[in-house]
Ligand binder design. Structure first.
Ligand code: SF4
Ligand code: SF4
Length: 367
Protein backbone atom coordinates (compact mmCIF):
# COMPACT_ATOMS: atom_id res chain seq x y z
CA UNK A 1 0.00 0.00 0.00
CA UNK A 2 1.31 3.39 -1.05
CA UNK A 3 1.93 5.60 2.01
CA UNK A 4 2.31 9.37 2.04
CA UNK A 5 3.52 11.84 4.68
CA UNK A 6 0.78 13.75 6.53
CA UNK A 7 2.25 17.25 6.34
CA UNK A 8 5.00 17.85 8.87
CA UNK A 9 3.65 15.44 11.48
CA UNK A 10 6.11 12.67 10.63
CA UNK A 11 3.20 10.24 10.18
CA UNK A 12 2.95 8.06 7.08
CA UNK A 13 -0.64 7.43 6.07
CA UNK A 14 -1.98 4.83 3.67
CA UNK A 15 -3.03 6.53 0.42
CA UNK A 16 -6.46 4.95 0.84
CA UNK A 17 -7.97 5.72 4.24
CA UNK A 18 -11.05 4.14 5.86
CA UNK A 19 -14.09 6.39 6.12
CA UNK A 20 -16.52 5.12 8.73
CA UNK A 21 -19.67 6.83 7.45
CA UNK A 22 -21.17 4.09 5.30
CA UNK A 23 -21.47 1.01 7.52
CA UNK A 24 -24.43 -1.19 6.57
CA UNK A 25 -26.72 -2.38 9.38
CA UNK A 26 -24.73 -0.41 11.98
CA UNK A 27 -26.28 -2.33 14.89
CA UNK A 28 -24.20 -5.32 13.83
CA UNK A 29 -21.00 -4.10 15.47
CA UNK A 30 -18.97 -7.28 14.93
CA UNK A 31 -19.80 -7.67 11.23
CA UNK A 32 -18.85 -4.06 10.52
CA UNK A 33 -15.72 -4.23 12.70
CA UNK A 34 -14.68 -7.21 10.56
CA UNK A 35 -14.76 -4.94 7.46
CA UNK A 36 -12.49 -2.45 9.29
CA UNK A 37 -10.10 -5.22 10.29
CA UNK A 38 -10.06 -6.52 6.72
CA UNK A 39 -8.93 -3.06 5.60
CA UNK A 40 -6.24 -2.99 8.32
CA UNK A 41 -4.88 -6.33 7.13
CA UNK A 42 -4.83 -4.97 3.57
CA UNK A 43 -2.54 -2.12 4.66
CA UNK A 44 -4.96 0.71 5.46
CA UNK A 45 -3.73 2.48 8.60
CA UNK A 46 -5.96 5.61 8.93
CA UNK A 47 -9.44 5.11 10.33
CA UNK A 48 -11.82 8.04 10.30
CA UNK A 49 -15.11 8.26 12.15
CA UNK A 50 -17.30 10.81 13.91
CA UNK A 51 -20.00 11.02 16.54
CA UNK A 52 -23.38 10.59 14.88
CA UNK A 53 -22.21 8.66 11.83
CA UNK A 54 -24.31 5.55 11.06
CA UNK A 55 -26.96 6.10 13.70
CA UNK A 56 -24.18 7.05 16.12
CA UNK A 57 -22.66 3.55 15.89
CA UNK A 58 -19.61 4.34 13.76
CA UNK A 59 -17.29 5.22 16.67
CA UNK A 60 -18.41 2.08 18.49
CA UNK A 61 -17.70 -0.10 15.43
CA UNK A 62 -14.32 1.55 14.95
CA UNK A 63 -13.52 1.06 18.63
CA UNK A 64 -14.36 -2.65 18.39
CA UNK A 65 -11.91 -2.95 15.48
CA UNK A 66 -9.15 -0.69 16.84
CA UNK A 67 -9.05 -2.70 20.08
CA UNK A 68 -7.99 -5.71 17.98
CA UNK A 69 -5.18 -3.87 16.18
CA UNK A 70 -1.57 -3.65 17.34
CA UNK A 71 -1.00 -0.30 19.07
CA UNK A 72 1.30 1.96 17.09
CA UNK A 73 0.29 0.47 13.72
CA UNK A 74 -2.78 2.61 13.03
CA UNK A 75 -4.07 6.17 13.29
CA UNK A 76 -7.46 7.11 14.66
CA UNK A 77 -9.39 10.13 13.45
CA UNK A 78 -12.60 11.63 14.75
CA UNK A 79 -14.30 14.99 14.98
CA UNK A 80 -16.40 17.43 16.95
CA UNK A 81 -18.88 20.02 15.69
CA UNK A 82 -19.36 21.94 18.96
CA UNK A 83 -18.41 25.61 19.18
CA UNK A 84 -18.33 25.54 22.98
CA UNK A 85 -15.02 24.45 24.52
CA UNK A 86 -16.67 22.46 27.32
CA UNK A 87 -18.83 20.60 24.82
CA UNK A 88 -15.80 19.76 22.70
CA UNK A 89 -14.01 18.38 25.76
CA UNK A 90 -16.97 16.15 26.62
CA UNK A 91 -17.22 14.94 23.04
CA UNK A 92 -13.48 14.22 22.91
CA UNK A 93 -13.58 12.23 26.15
CA UNK A 94 -16.53 10.21 24.86
CA UNK A 95 -14.70 9.52 21.58
CA UNK A 96 -11.59 8.36 23.45
CA UNK A 97 -13.70 5.94 25.46
CA UNK A 98 -15.65 4.63 22.47
CA UNK A 99 -12.56 4.17 20.32
CA UNK A 100 -10.64 2.58 23.19
CA UNK A 101 -7.53 4.71 22.62
CA UNK A 102 -5.51 6.97 24.93
CA UNK A 103 -5.12 9.58 22.21
CA UNK A 104 -7.02 10.57 19.06
CA UNK A 105 -4.23 10.76 16.49
CA UNK A 106 -6.05 13.22 14.22
CA UNK A 107 -8.83 15.24 15.84
CA UNK A 108 -10.94 17.46 13.62
CA UNK A 109 -12.78 20.70 14.19
CA UNK A 110 -15.70 19.40 12.17
CA UNK A 111 -17.75 20.64 9.27
CA UNK A 112 -16.77 24.23 8.62
CA UNK A 113 -19.05 25.21 5.74
CA UNK A 114 -18.72 28.99 6.13
CA UNK A 115 -15.98 31.28 7.49
CA UNK A 116 -18.25 32.52 10.30
CA UNK A 117 -18.50 28.95 11.64
CA UNK A 118 -14.71 28.85 12.03
CA UNK A 119 -14.89 32.19 13.85
CA UNK A 120 -17.55 30.69 16.18
CA UNK A 121 -15.38 27.66 16.94
CA UNK A 122 -12.65 30.05 18.03
CA UNK A 123 -14.83 32.50 19.97
CA UNK A 124 -16.78 29.66 21.63
CA UNK A 125 -13.59 28.06 22.94
CA UNK A 126 -13.68 24.84 20.88
CA UNK A 127 -10.36 25.49 19.16
CA UNK A 128 -8.68 26.49 22.45
CA UNK A 129 -10.05 23.35 24.15
CA UNK A 130 -8.69 21.17 21.34
CA UNK A 131 -5.27 22.82 21.55
CA UNK A 132 -5.24 22.28 25.32
CA UNK A 133 -6.15 18.61 24.81
CA UNK A 134 -3.26 18.32 22.37
CA UNK A 135 -0.90 19.74 25.02
CA UNK A 136 -2.25 17.13 27.44
CA UNK A 137 -1.57 14.37 24.93
CA UNK A 138 -5.23 13.46 24.37
CA UNK A 139 -4.97 14.61 20.74
CA UNK A 140 -2.01 13.89 18.50
CA UNK A 141 -2.68 16.41 15.74
CA UNK A 142 -5.37 19.03 15.25
CA UNK A 143 -7.05 19.23 11.86
CA UNK A 144 -10.16 20.76 10.38
CA UNK A 145 -12.79 19.33 8.07
CA UNK A 146 -14.35 21.80 5.70
CA UNK A 147 -16.72 22.22 2.77
CA UNK A 148 -15.72 25.85 2.12
CA UNK A 149 -14.34 27.09 -1.18
CA UNK A 150 -10.66 26.65 -1.92
CA UNK A 151 -9.93 30.31 -1.17
CA UNK A 152 -11.81 30.24 2.13
CA UNK A 153 -10.01 27.08 3.26
CA UNK A 154 -6.69 28.60 2.21
CA UNK A 155 -7.46 31.59 4.46
CA UNK A 156 -8.21 29.30 7.40
CA UNK A 157 -5.02 27.29 6.87
CA UNK A 158 -2.97 30.50 6.73
CA UNK A 159 -3.84 31.15 10.39
CA UNK A 160 -1.40 28.36 11.25
CA UNK A 161 -3.66 26.70 13.85
CA UNK A 162 -4.27 23.30 12.26
CA UNK A 163 -1.82 20.70 11.01
CA UNK A 164 -4.04 19.38 8.28
CA UNK A 165 -7.38 19.52 6.56
CA UNK A 166 -10.00 17.04 5.45
CA UNK A 167 -11.90 18.32 2.44
CA UNK A 168 -14.07 17.09 -0.40
CA UNK A 169 -12.03 16.59 -3.55
CA UNK A 170 -12.96 14.53 -6.55
CA UNK A 171 -12.79 14.35 -10.30
CA UNK A 172 -16.10 16.28 -10.26
CA UNK A 173 -15.27 19.25 -8.04
CA UNK A 174 -11.49 19.62 -8.08
CA UNK A 175 -11.45 23.19 -9.47
CA UNK A 176 -13.59 24.28 -6.48
CA UNK A 177 -10.90 23.20 -3.99
CA UNK A 178 -7.66 23.60 -5.90
CA UNK A 179 -6.57 26.73 -4.00
CA UNK A 180 -6.90 24.87 -0.72
CA UNK A 181 -4.65 22.09 -1.98
CA UNK A 182 -2.09 24.60 -3.18
CA UNK A 183 -2.16 26.42 0.18
CA UNK A 184 -1.84 23.18 2.15
CA UNK A 185 1.10 22.08 0.03
CA UNK A 186 2.85 25.44 0.43
CA UNK A 187 2.37 25.33 4.23
CA UNK A 188 3.38 21.66 4.55
CA UNK A 189 -0.01 20.55 5.89
CA UNK A 190 -1.66 17.16 5.58
CA UNK A 191 -4.66 16.79 3.27
CA UNK A 192 -7.18 13.97 3.51
CA UNK A 193 -9.80 14.03 0.79
CA UNK A 194 -13.39 13.06 1.49
CA UNK A 195 -15.75 11.88 -1.21
CA UNK A 196 -13.05 10.94 -3.75
CA UNK A 197 -15.84 9.05 -5.52
CA UNK A 198 -18.01 12.17 -5.58
CA UNK A 199 -20.13 10.85 -2.70
CA UNK A 200 -20.91 7.70 -4.71
CA UNK A 201 -21.98 9.71 -7.77
CA UNK A 202 -19.04 8.48 -9.88
CA UNK A 203 -19.53 4.69 -9.40
CA UNK A 204 -23.33 5.08 -9.54
CA UNK A 205 -22.97 6.70 -12.97
CA UNK A 206 -19.95 4.73 -14.14
CA UNK A 207 -20.96 4.94 -17.80
CA UNK A 208 -21.31 8.70 -17.69
CA UNK A 209 -17.92 9.04 -15.97
CA UNK A 210 -16.04 6.50 -18.04
CA UNK A 211 -14.11 9.36 -19.66
CA UNK A 212 -12.11 9.92 -16.43
CA UNK A 213 -10.31 6.59 -16.94
CA UNK A 214 -6.74 6.62 -18.19
CA UNK A 215 -5.55 3.63 -20.25
CA UNK A 216 -4.32 1.66 -17.25
CA UNK A 217 -7.25 2.44 -14.92
CA UNK A 218 -9.39 -0.67 -14.56
CA UNK A 219 -12.63 1.17 -13.82
CA UNK A 220 -13.93 4.58 -12.80
CA UNK A 221 -13.47 3.82 -9.09
CA UNK A 222 -9.77 3.14 -9.65
CA UNK A 223 -9.52 6.24 -11.83
CA UNK A 224 -11.22 8.48 -9.26
CA UNK A 225 -9.02 7.24 -6.40
CA UNK A 226 -5.86 7.47 -8.48
CA UNK A 227 -6.79 10.99 -9.54
CA UNK A 228 -6.92 11.94 -5.84
CA UNK A 229 -3.81 10.22 -4.56
CA UNK A 230 -1.74 11.39 -7.51
CA UNK A 231 -2.06 15.00 -6.35
CA UNK A 232 1.22 15.73 -4.52
CA UNK A 233 -0.72 17.75 -1.91
CA UNK A 234 -3.10 14.90 -1.08
CA UNK A 235 -1.98 12.60 1.72
CA UNK A 236 -4.85 10.11 1.55
CA UNK A 237 -8.25 9.59 -0.01
CA UNK A 238 -10.93 8.72 2.50
CA UNK A 239 -13.27 6.11 1.07
CA UNK A 240 -16.49 5.16 2.86
CA UNK A 241 -16.52 1.36 2.88
CA UNK A 242 -19.51 -0.91 3.41
CA UNK A 243 -18.14 -4.30 2.36
CA UNK A 244 -14.80 -6.09 2.17
CA UNK A 245 -15.31 -6.06 -1.61
CA UNK A 246 -15.31 -2.25 -1.59
CA UNK A 247 -12.08 -2.33 0.42
CA UNK A 248 -10.44 -4.75 -2.02
CA UNK A 249 -11.48 -2.60 -5.00
CA UNK A 250 -9.96 0.57 -3.50
CA UNK A 251 -6.80 -1.19 -2.28
CA UNK A 252 -6.32 -2.70 -5.76
CA UNK A 253 -6.55 0.79 -7.27
CA UNK A 254 -3.37 1.89 -5.49
CA UNK A 255 -1.53 -1.45 -5.36
CA UNK A 256 1.77 -1.16 -7.23
CA UNK A 257 0.64 2.26 -8.36
CA UNK A 258 3.01 5.18 -8.70
CA UNK A 259 1.25 8.55 -8.51
CA UNK A 260 0.89 10.13 -11.94
CA UNK A 261 3.36 12.87 -12.75
CA UNK A 262 2.36 16.53 -12.95
CA UNK A 263 1.96 16.50 -16.73
CA UNK A 264 -0.38 13.52 -16.58
CA UNK A 265 -2.46 15.08 -13.78
CA UNK A 266 -2.81 18.32 -15.74
CA UNK A 267 -3.81 16.40 -18.84
CA UNK A 268 -6.42 14.49 -16.78
CA UNK A 269 -7.80 17.77 -15.40
CA UNK A 270 -8.10 19.24 -18.89
CA UNK A 271 -9.71 16.06 -20.16
CA UNK A 272 -12.20 15.92 -17.27
CA UNK A 273 -13.14 19.58 -17.60
CA UNK A 274 -13.59 19.28 -21.36
CA UNK A 275 -15.88 16.27 -20.97
CA UNK A 276 -18.12 17.60 -18.25
CA UNK A 277 -20.94 18.24 -20.61
CA UNK A 278 -23.87 19.77 -18.74
CA UNK A 279 -22.22 19.51 -15.32
CA UNK A 280 -20.86 22.23 -13.06
CA UNK A 281 -17.20 21.64 -12.16
CA UNK A 282 -17.23 24.08 -9.25
CA UNK A 283 -14.52 26.23 -10.84
CA UNK A 284 -16.04 29.43 -9.40
CA UNK A 285 -15.49 31.61 -12.48
CA UNK A 286 -19.16 32.66 -12.30
CA UNK A 287 -18.58 34.49 -9.00
CA UNK A 288 -19.30 36.98 -7.58
CA UNK A 289 -23.05 37.07 -8.05
CA UNK A 290 -24.50 40.59 -7.55
CA UNK A 291 -27.35 38.98 -5.59
CA UNK A 292 -24.91 37.13 -3.35
CA UNK A 293 -25.90 33.68 -4.56
CA UNK A 294 -23.40 30.90 -3.97
CA UNK A 295 -23.68 29.77 -7.58
CA UNK A 296 -21.19 26.85 -7.54
CA UNK A 297 -22.99 25.26 -4.56
CA UNK A 298 -26.39 25.62 -6.22
CA UNK A 299 -25.07 24.28 -9.51
CA UNK A 300 -23.33 21.38 -7.75
CA UNK A 301 -26.71 20.51 -6.26
CA UNK A 302 -28.22 20.73 -9.72
CA UNK A 303 -25.55 18.25 -10.92
CA UNK A 304 -27.35 15.68 -8.78
CA UNK A 305 -30.51 16.18 -10.82
CA UNK A 306 -28.61 16.06 -14.12
CA UNK A 307 -27.14 12.71 -13.09
CA UNK A 308 -30.15 11.14 -11.41
CA UNK A 309 -33.09 12.86 -13.06
CA UNK A 310 -34.60 13.33 -9.61
CA UNK A 311 -35.65 16.78 -8.34
CA UNK A 312 -35.31 15.64 -4.73
CA UNK A 313 -31.59 15.05 -5.25
CA UNK A 314 -31.16 18.84 -5.55
CA UNK A 315 -32.87 19.52 -2.25
CA UNK A 316 -30.96 16.81 -0.35
CA UNK A 317 -27.61 18.08 -1.61
CA UNK A 318 -28.39 21.67 -0.67
CA UNK A 319 -29.76 20.93 2.76
CA UNK A 320 -27.39 18.26 3.99
CA UNK A 321 -24.17 18.90 2.12
CA UNK A 322 -24.09 22.63 1.52
CA UNK A 323 -26.47 23.84 4.23
CA UNK A 324 -27.91 26.37 1.76
CA UNK A 325 -31.70 26.86 1.73
CA UNK A 326 -32.88 25.88 -1.79
CA UNK A 327 -35.31 28.82 -1.93
CA UNK A 328 -32.34 31.22 -2.17
CA UNK A 329 -32.32 30.37 -5.91
CA UNK A 330 -35.48 32.50 -6.19
CA UNK A 331 -33.40 35.65 -5.53
CA UNK A 332 -31.62 35.30 -8.89
CA UNK A 333 -32.44 38.43 -10.91
CA UNK A 334 -31.46 36.87 -14.23
CA UNK A 335 -28.76 39.50 -14.83
CA UNK A 336 -26.72 36.96 -16.81
CA UNK A 337 -23.29 37.93 -15.44
CA UNK A 338 -22.64 34.34 -14.38
CA UNK A 339 -23.62 32.79 -17.69
CA UNK A 340 -21.22 35.08 -19.53
CA UNK A 341 -18.39 33.79 -17.34
CA UNK A 342 -19.34 30.12 -17.00
CA UNK A 343 -16.58 27.84 -18.25
CA UNK A 344 -19.13 25.12 -19.05
CA UNK A 345 -21.64 27.46 -20.74
CA UNK A 346 -24.32 26.24 -18.38
CA UNK A 347 -27.86 27.68 -18.51
CA UNK A 348 -27.48 28.95 -14.94
CA UNK A 349 -30.55 31.21 -14.96
CA UNK A 350 -32.78 28.38 -16.18
CA UNK A 351 -31.34 26.09 -13.52
CA UNK A 352 -31.90 28.70 -10.81
CA UNK A 353 -35.53 28.92 -11.90
CA UNK A 354 -35.80 25.15 -11.81
CA UNK A 355 -34.27 24.94 -8.31
CA UNK A 356 -36.59 27.69 -7.06
CA UNK A 357 -39.60 25.85 -8.52
CA UNK A 358 -38.52 22.55 -6.95
CA UNK A 359 -38.04 24.29 -3.58
CA UNK A 360 -41.46 25.96 -3.84
CA UNK A 361 -43.17 22.65 -4.68
CA UNK A 362 -41.44 20.94 -1.75
CA UNK A 363 -42.56 23.74 0.58
CA UNK A 364 -46.14 23.43 -0.69
CA UNK A 365 -46.16 19.67 -0.20
CA UNK A 366 -44.88 20.15 3.36
CA UNK A 367 -47.55 22.77 4.20
S1 SF4 B 1 -28.02 35.53 -13.30
FE1 SF4 B 1 -28.69 35.14 -11.21
S2 SF4 B 1 -27.13 33.75 -10.36
FE2 SF4 B 1 -26.27 34.67 -12.23
S3 SF4 B 1 -25.08 36.43 -11.47
FE3 SF4 B 1 -27.16 37.19 -12.04
S4 SF4 B 1 -28.34 37.07 -10.13
FE4 SF4 B 1 -26.50 35.83 -9.81
S1 SF4 C 1 -21.58 27.42 -12.87
FE1 SF4 C 1 -20.02 27.38 -14.47
S2 SF4 C 1 -18.48 28.94 -13.87
FE2 SF4 C 1 -19.81 28.54 -12.09
S3 SF4 C 1 -18.69 27.02 -10.93
FE3 SF4 C 1 -20.09 25.89 -12.26
S4 SF4 C 1 -18.92 25.45 -14.14
FE4 SF4 C 1 -17.79 27.02 -13.01
Amino acid sequence: MLKKAYGKTGKLISAVAFGGMRFAAPDDIDANAAVVLHAYRKGINYFDTAPGYCQDKSEIIMGAALRQMTPGTFYSSTKCMAADGGELRKSLERSLERLGVEKIDFFHIWCIVRPEQWAQRKSGGAVAAALKAREEGLIGHLAVSSHMTGDQIAGLLAEGIVEGVTLGYSAINFPFRQRALDAAAAAGLGVVTMNPLGGGVIPQHAGRFDFIRADDDGDVVAAAIRFNVSQPAVTAALVGFTTTGHVDQAVAAVADFKPYDAAHIESMKRHITANFSGLCTGCGYCLPCPSGLEIPKLMDAYNMKVLSGDDKAILGRMRYHWQVPPDTAATCTGCGACEAACTQQLPIIERMEDIAAVAARAAQEKA
